[in-house]
Design a protein around this ligand. Structure first.
Ligand SMILES: [Zn+2]
Length: 378
């Protein structure tokens, strides 16, 4: 079946093209300038951007990936898809090892079905001093055997491990997981500058929500932020919700790392899209007020209620990026982190037809995944 989208402003890495595109069997087959040949689905000049790629997400619509409840996980993935996220990772949080293994095994089935691009272990090998909303009683020291067991439980779908590089044994674990094809992300860490460099040298290539859950920049003690930002091997995640970090800090990261090493993430939790109230993240009770999630005990920020469309819009409105730049950090760069950029992450001939149609105010007017409308634009 062939679909033509006409009268569109198509946002590609090379610029914005006024024209049309054709989709066959779920892939983009033609991109043309000007008026489309034949009848197409007219988009009234609206922008089309690539479907968003969220490499750090814990759930939404009441569903929580760490809870291992598959019905809730499907609901959360569908909710984020309606907000333009056509590629999504299932991020777990710190928990008991047996629970993590069984949740991983359950979620691996949904990865095999194409619901998730992979599983991300955020913890338990993170720093007590920077554990944020993770259960401090369940933190563990890096252990090669344990990590191998978790990866095995994922049956090829474990894709990322967030680890604090300063912990004893962390560098060996980083080397192991990278050799296994798993991305080592550095974060929830109390490391200094040199310890962070050691983590990168061992194979760390992602900064888990840069700025959050790590020592702040200091001119005599630059810490992990400076090390992660300036190293060409590292892609930095940003939770661009205006709560986790100020737009000026997002801009600073973007200026240093560039679009090629900056990835917008949501770090969304179950409350996303539901509203204020009390929720559970892993074993921790979380209260959401005015959309801000905090631990009931201690008041730490506990994940976000962000969706990728909002992160994208804020990148344009508050960080000052162009649509082309915002699309790169919301789609192409995170797709490259996952090694999926041959298939997704930009609008190009041969790639999956994962598309988001935006209104003039950058709200979501339509979402297509693999050539099928999830939200059909009027
Ligand atoms: Zn997280």
């Amino acid at each position: 079946m062939s679909i033509t989208l006409a009268d569109a402003r198509i946002v590609t890495p090379g610029g914005v093209h006024e024209g049309w595109l054709t989709i066959e069997d779920g892939r983009i087959t033609h991109i043309g300038q000007g008026t489309a040949p034949g009848n197409g689905h007219g988009l009234s000049g609206r922008h089309v951007v690539p479907g968003f790629v969220d490499i750090h997400n814990h759930g939404g619509a009441g569903g929580s990936f760490p809870a291992g409840d598959l019905e809730g996980a499907l609901r959360a993935a569908a909710f984020h898809a309606e907000h333009g996220t056509t590629t999504i990772m299932a991020s777990l949080v710190t928990g008991a090892l047996d629970e993590l293994a069984s949740t991983t095994s359950a979620l691996a089935d949904l990865c095999a079905d194409g619901v998730f691009a992979g599983i991300h272990f955020e913890g338990p090998y993170i720093a007590a001093a920077r554990c944020g909303a993770h259960d401090p009683a369940r933190l563990r020291l890096p252990d090669r055997g344990e990590v191998a067991r978790l990866i095995k439980a994922g049956r090829g779908h474990a894709r990322m491990l967030t680890i604090a590089p300063e912990l004893p044994g962390a560098l060996d674990v980083i080397r192991d997981v990278v050799a296994d094809g798993v991305i080592a992300a550095l974060g929830h860490s109390d490391a200094d500058f040199d310890q962070t460099i050691a983590g990168i040298e061992a194979g760390g290539t992602v900064a888990t929500h840069l700025y959050n859950a790590m020592p702040p920049l200091h001119h005599r003690s630059p810490g992990p932020i400076a090390a992660l930002l300036e190293d060409e091997r590292v892609t930095v995640e940003l939770i661009n919700d205006g709560v986790h970090l100020h737009p000026a800090m997002a801009r600073l990261a973007y200026e240093v790392a560039g679009a090629g090493r900056t990835a917008l993430v949501t770090d969304a939790m179950a409350a996303t899209g539901v509203g204020d109230g009390t929720y559970v993240l892993g074993a921790m009770e979380v209260s959401v007020q005015n959309g801000v999630a905090r631990l009931v005990e201690g008041g730490s920020i506990a994940g976000s209620t962000l969706t990728m469309d909002v992160a994208f819009r804020r990148a344009v409105e508050f960080v000052g990026l162009s649509l082309v730049e915002a699309a790169e950090i919301a789609s192409l760069t995170p797709a490259r982190v996952l090694g999926l950029d041959e298939r997704v992450g930009s609008i190009a001939v041969g790639k999956d037809a994962d598309l988001v149609v935006l209104d003039d105010d950058l709200g979501v007017a339509g979402v297509m995944r693999h050539g099928t409308w999830l939200v059909e634009p009027l």
